[in-house]
Structures are given as structure tokens and as C-alpha cells.
Design a protein around this ligand. Sequence first.
Ligand SMILES: *Cc1c(COP(=O)(O)O)cnc(C)c1O
Length: 375
Amino acid sequence: MLDAFQTAADHGVNTTAPGYLAYFSAGGLFSSALAELLAQTYNRFTCVADLAPALVAMEHGVLHWFCERFGLPPGSIGLTTTGGSMATLTALISARHDRLGDQIAAGTLYVTEHTHFCVDKAARIVGLPVQQVRVVPTEGLLMDPDAARAMIRADRARGLRPFLLVGTAGATSTGTIDPLADLAELAREEGLWFHVDAAYGGGFQLTARGRARLSGIENADSIVVDPHKSLFLQYGTGILLVRDAAALGAAHRGGGHYTQDGAVVHGLHDYGYLGPELTREFRGLRLWLPLHLHGVGAFRDALDEKLNLAEAAYQRLTADQLFEVPWKPDLTVVAVRLRGDDQLNHHLLERINASGRIFLPAPASKTASSCGSTR
Ligand SMILES: *Cc1c(COP(=O)(O)O)cnc(C)c1O
């Protein structure tokens, strides 16, 4: 059976290999896998605090630490999810409930063409028509706050109900960071919930450079961070941080005749009543153990190294006349193309990916056929 597993695992792309440079992958720390083994072996029910208060306190503690790192005030709360998409859906449900109540039909939200498609998907899941996801023009890849303000006001004048502004801290295709402080200000003035998608960029908050670049994120109403991207943890680890714990709770209230009074035990919330999921695995340990075992400094140093590598790649590529480098990376996404036509660029990409040593992001239709082993 181990042989069968090994054969199956070897068939495809090794996303933890050093040559894997496509998309955001996580190494998958062994210490986190060990935490997972412990958590799953004990299999305690951590969805209601009363049944495993000390374990829930461990998850609560690590999430509280994330809230503090992002500058959220007391009264904020964290929730572990399976990833950025689920965290985004949970944020969108909270924003809609908090700002629109049951009057959801005319709700509008504001994104840019670089916003991750999980926002669009979440809007569809909660029943908002696609034309109510408003795409704000960008200036130099970033959301233009003046254009957003004009759209919000025009929509309101037409009888629509603007309720959510989405900023991105590290866009998936460009790596760029929207002007978070300006967008937070705009959202406050216009009474919108301000959500920041830091699924990829959030980890860099642990570094001095990242913190400076993500400045303004502390004014968000909700933040999505994916430890399975920039914190090197296993796939299936996302985090939602919400400024107002009560807003998250109110949007996901529930209970049956068989449930206990949802009282707060020892200041701990019942995670089963803070998101779409009731029963869920004890996700906290896979964050708690690696952060305590290796220390936060180890994560910070590794992320600083990645920022240095991106900077070095940018310097080397800009110095080479063969290449065009359209913008300086905000974080670690380096965009580059050969001077010449698209066909030349596709050809280069194919040759690089066919090597099996380096894997770069390819157009969707090419990905499957060109996936080298990258072992
Ligand atoms: C990857 C990503 C998401 C989606 O997160 P998943 O964990 O894949 O569900 C959302 N936003 C951004 C910016 C991302 O890079």
C-alpha cells in the first residue's frame, strides 16, 4: 500500500520542490503534520468550548496572537478554516449580515480585476447577482479609491445598497497591495465593511518590510490569511480574523434542541457557532505547535529570505536586456517576459516547464500537459 501511495504521489507536480515557482505553495512543515497526527489521534471535540476547554484555549490563543499581529483591537476574533476561499465566504456572510440584515437583494460589493475569484464565487454562493459585484478601475494595478468612492455614491443614488469594499494585500497574479489605509478610510466614511484579502500576503506581516507595506490593514473589519501559503503549513489551513467578534457570531448563529446554551466558557467562544461549520477537526494545533516549536523568528527569517530572493531576481532580470520587468515586486511575485511576441514567451515557458526542474505558471490549457516532475 505504501508503494501504491508513493507511485500515486510521484505522478504529478511536487509542489514542495525548490523548483516549484508556480502559484503559492506551502512546504508543509513536518512539525505541523505531527501536530495533525496528535490532533486527529486524540480526536477531541473542540467545536464547543465546554467539551475541551484547554485545547480550545490553545486555538484561541494562537488566533488571538494573529489578531494582535495585525493590529486588531480587543474584541476581535479569529477562526480557522480550510483555506482562503472558506474564510472569504465566512467574511462575506458576516459583512452582509452586519450591514444589510435581511435586506440583501440590493447589496453591492466592490473589487478590482485583480481581486481573487473566490470573492466573486462567495457572492454567488450567498445569492448576489454577478452585476452586483462591482469592478472598480485600477491605477497602476491598484484599486483607485476615488473611482471606488464615485461608484459607491452613484450606486447608492440608484437605490442599491453598497455594503462591502474588498482590498487585496498581495494579489495572486501581480503580488501587488492595494492602498489599504485609503480604502479603510473610504469604507469608514461610506459605512461599508472593509475586507482585506491577505491570503498570500498576510504571512509577511511577521517581517518589518511586510508590516510597512501592509500598513492600513489594522483598520480592516475582516482579514483572510492562508498559513498554507506564506506560513509554510499544510494545505487545508486558512484563517479569518474579524474585528467585531459579535458580528461574526450574529451572522452564524444556530442551535438545536440538543445543543447546550451557547454560553461563553472561560472567555472562550464556541467555534462551531462562528462559521458555516459545526463539527470540524481541531485545527489549532497545526498552527500552535510549529509556531512554538520553531519560534516566530524562524518564520520571520524565512519570509525575509523570500523577500530578498524576489528583490535579487528583480535586480538580475532588470539588468538583462533580454527581459522586460513591468513593475517592482511588492512582495515575492516577480512578473517578467522576454522582449518579443507572445509566441516566443510561450515557447520559453514550455521549454522551462518541460525541463522538469523548474515549474512556472502556464496558461490554463497548458498546465496539465506540461506538468514536469519538479522533484
Ligand atoms: C489563494 C488565494 C485565495 C484562495 O485561497 P484558498 O486557500 O486557495 O481557498 C484567495 N485570495 C488570494 C489573494 C489568494 O492568493
